[in-house]
Design a protein around this ligand. Structure first.
Ligand code: ADP
Length: 535
């Protein structure tokens, strides 16, 4: 049953053995919208208070059978009535034992004959104190519950944090400093707690690309969470583990922090890549024989075709060739990443490499009515010539593909000092154009491939180096690309310990920069790839 809303100010129990007094009190209080219950005996008063505890009790001291002090003592002895404020009533001239009155639990006194305003003021004061005390108690109960809940949540979190099989880290958002890591992270990374806590992520050699790290941090700040961020983590012993990160922004001791939970997917990736390679291999042979058959049909040697039939054959050849390119790109990339495709570095002439790339791309440029201008530097460099050739043709092919008829594509190279490429705030700098014709082993070669084509929006400039990332989803179909070219370029450049990045003005063209060390640390013979690439 629902309680009826109160229409009175407070429920008051008045106890006095003189009915006239009670009458007077009752009238006085009822006029002011109090609900009054009146009793003339102590015992009845105790029963009434227990049956329905009032908000306040007015209690006469001198009563036969059970006096006011004893009634008060009994009220204070019971839980249900203990907290009800008791105001004693004493007649003027009666001796009032104030010490005893307070000792038994009274809170105040009023004297007969009553001063109406005084009686009301005292009643209101004690009712107010009582209300406040109740509010405080309720608040305390709430707070205690909140503290209990929080403590429990904290304990649950720390237990999950400590025993989680997934590596977990907490870093400050601002400086990327490790505040806490769990045992699984230490196991995965190979570092000890002391080598991690208090250090910044870039102070440990975790294989993070700091440009991309900053970009992800900005995204985290904007959206509060990041999911499925795949990157290759370099362990203390130099091994590379592929992890899938989920990051949430949290607040810890007033600091904005990043809570990162990792999943080690190295094995899964390996199996996945193996599967892709296997399927791609299996596709290659039938695809090539299909192209052969289509070519043969196209020549008309097996019977002449209608113009429409010829058109269909050309389209089929085009698409089949695109599929073969895709399969080859997938295989190349996976072999590079898995380390099965190793570098074969040799001393190579840059003018020769440039000329070769130009020759390979010339037909495509002519078909697109694009002029190719190539200006090599007269240097030799210690690289895998075939891979650099692949890099240059990929960049040229893109530049031509995304140019309009009548446009020009420039490929040039300059020798520079390594200091020219120090990064400021992690952004690769446009190098100092001052040239050094130097044999200094710290010299670098800066290659640029510039076009006047449609350009690339700023937010895609780093994304396009990821696998299957295209500015426009129709690019693959419309331009015959695979979405893997730049991922391969990045892999090749990283294998050569270089840097690659793009600059662009939408509608005004793009420039791709590659910086390679002239005398890289690449040793003669084959070199396994161990670089982080997919973060
Ligand atoms: P694709 O095979 O599609 O060319 P890439 O990895 O080589 O794959 O390039 C990825 C995407 O980057 C392209 O689809 C295109 O959207 C964009 N892109 C690359 N180079 C250029 C360029 N020179 N001008 C404009 N967009 C480019």
């Amino acid at each position: 049953m629902m309680d009826r809303p109160r229409t009175y100010q407070a429920d008051i129990l008045a106890i006095d053995d003189t009915p006239e007094n009670l009458q007077l009190l009752s009238q006085l209080l009822t006029d002011r919208h109090y609900k009054v219950r009146s009793v003339t005996k102590g015992k009845t008063a105790l029963r009434a208070a227990q049956a329905a505890p009032p908000d306040l009790i007015l209690l006469d001291i001198n009563m036969p059978e059970m006096g006011g002090y004893e009634v008060c003592e009994r009220l204070k002895a019971e839980d249900i009535t203990r907290d009800i404020p008791v105001i004693f009533i004493s007649a003027l001239g009666e001796t009032l034992d104030k010490v005893r009155a307070f000792k038994v639990g009274g809170v105040d006194f009023v004297t007969k004959p009553f001063q109406v305003e005084e009686v009301i003021a005292r009643i209101e004061t004690h009712l107010q104190i009582c209300r406040l005390r109740r509010q405080l108690q309720a608040q305390n109960v709430r707070l205690e519950q909140e503290i209990r809940d929080r403590r429990q949540a904290q304990e649950t979190f720390s237990k999950a944090f400590r025993s989680s099989p997934s590596p977990i880290t907490i870093t400050t958002l601002e400086g990327g400093r490790f505040l806490e890591v769990n045992p699984s992270f230490l196991k995965l990374s190979g570092y000890s707690r002391g080598e991690v806590i208090g250090f910044r992520v870039d102070e440990l050699n975790l294989g993070l690309d700091m440009n991309r790290y900053r970009e992800r941090r900005e995204r985290l700040e904007q959206s509060g969470a990041l999911h499925n961020w795949e990157f290759d983590l370099r362990t203390k012993s130099g091994h590379v583990r592929t992890v899938l990160l989920s990051v949430e922004e949290i607040e810890l001791q007033g600091y904005r922090c990043a809570l990162a939970i990792a999943n080690d997917i190295t094995e899964r990736k390996r199996l996945e890549n193996e599967f892709i390679s296997l399927v791609s291999h299996e596709l290659k042979t039938p695809m090539n024989s299909m192209i052969g058959a289509l070519d043969l049909l196209g020549t008309g040697q097996l019977g002449s075709l209608t113009a429409q039939g010829q058109q269909m054959i050309d389209m089929a050849i085009n698409n089949a060739e695109r599929l073969v390119r895709l399969v080859n790109d997938i295989l190349d990339l996976e072999r590079m990443k898995s380390g099965t495709l190793t570098l074969q570095p040799k001393l190579c002439d840059l003018p020769y490499l440039f000329q070769q790339a130009k020759t390979v791309m010339q037909t495509m440029a002519q078909a697109a009515q694009v002029t190719l201008i190539v200006e090599p530097a007269d240097v030799q460099l210690w690289v895998d010539g075939d891979r650099i050739q692949q890099l240059l043709t990929n960049l040229l092919s893109n530049a031509i593909k995304f140019s309009s008829a009548g446009g020009t594509v420039y490929m040039s190279a300059q020798l520079e000092n390594v200091e020219d490429h120090q990064t400021v705030e992690g952004q690769p700098q446009i190098p100092n154009p001052q040239l050094h014709r130097s044999t200094d082993p710290s010299s670098t070669l800066h290659i640029t491939v510039r076009d006047q084509g449609r350009g690339i929006p700023a937010e895609k400039l780093t994304l396009i180096f990821e696998r299957f990332q295209q500015v426009d989803t129709s690019d693959a179909r419309a331009k015959g690309g695979t979405g893997l070219g730049l991922a391969i370029c990045r892999q090749i450049v990283q294998q050569h310990q270089g840097q690659i990045w793009a600059e662009s003005v939408v509608g005004g063209g793009s420039t791709f920069h590659v910086v390679l060390p002239l005398m890289s640390a690449l040793n003669e013979g084959s070199i396994a790839i161990d670089d982080a690439t997919s973060d």
